[in-house]
Design a protein. Sequence first.
Length: 156
Amino acid sequence: MGADQSSELMEWLWRLLRVVLGGILIYASVEKIIHPEQFAYAILNYKFFPAESVNLLALVVPWLEFTVGIFLIAGIFEWVSVTVYNGLMVVFMALIAISLARGLNISCGCFSLDPNAEKINLLTFFRDSIMLLLGLCAYPLLFHLKPPPSVKKKQQ
C-alpha cells in the first residue's frame, strides 16, 4: 500500500469516525433538548450537582452535545470537537462510576429520559468506555491528517 493509498484510507476512516462520534452526540442530545425539564430530573437523580446548577446543566449540556456532534460531522474545529467529545465521555463515565460506587439505582439519562429505562450498571460504563476509546482513536488519525498548528510550526 503506497503513501497515497494509506492517506486515503486514513481520510476515509477519519470521516467515518467523525460521523459515528457526531451521530452519538446528536442522538443523545435530541430528547434532552426537547425535554429539558425531564433531563433536569435525570441530573438530579445522580445526587452529585448542587440543585442550583441543575437547570443550567439541563439546558447547556444537550446543546453542547448537539453542537459538538454537528461540528464533528461537518469537520469544523476538529481538534477542539474531538477533545470536547472525549472530555464529555470522561465526565459521563466518572458520573456513572461514582453512582455505581454509591449504589444508586437510577437510569442513565444518556439516550432516554424515561425514569423506568434500564438502570446504570457495569454495561453502561463499558458502553461509554467503547465510545471514549473511539474518541481516543481519533487523535492518531487526526494527527496524521491535520497536525495541530503548534506541531506544524515546530516542523518547519
